[in-house]
Design a protein around this ligand. Sequence first.
Ligand code: APR
Length: 170
Amino acid sequence: MPDRLQVVTGDITRLAVDAVVNAANETLLGGGGVDGAIHRAAGPELLAYCRTLDGCPTGQAKITPGFRLPAKHIIHTVGPVWRGGRHAESQRLTLCYRNCFRLAKEHGLRSIAFPAIGCGVYGYPREEAANIAATECRKALTDDPALERVLLVAFDEPMAAVLRQAISAA
Ligand code: APR
């Protein structure tokens, strides 16, 4: 039985999955990194739609259409800014994954792709973030048999190696 959890390397905006996850900020009005890439690829309708959502608190998630993306939906979640690890960062990052999977289940999504939430601008240490991602993905795949495919998307090979190590240990 092929593993339903896989690591891929590349640009998440090109994946034809039911949902791609966006590492957003609390305004949901776009930014740099993967947020910027998703808004550029999805087109201006995404920003117009996000303006109606009234933001998103850290750890929470909101779903939008994918607009011009090959993905049907975008699940926007806001990771924690890394401040040394004593400000509930791990709990908040864990919540990001759980809330994304909650929305996926509510919408009957069967495939979802995550970037390395928090690991760019927000400075979350890659290994710790990857372990949280792998653990939460394994839990979600157990809890939701309808979920057929979960992709952890690395934007570079070093991150892909960290993610592969994390899912093999989870
Ligand atoms: N596809 C996949 N992964 C990507 C892409 C892409 N097109 N672009 C960047 N990444 C990777 C980064 O290399 C990093 O590993 O996504 C991971 C998350 O990095 P960021 O996008 O910087 O997200 P984050 O660290 O959560 O910071 C969020 O940055 O862009 C702003 O508006 C955003 O304020 C928010 C903050």
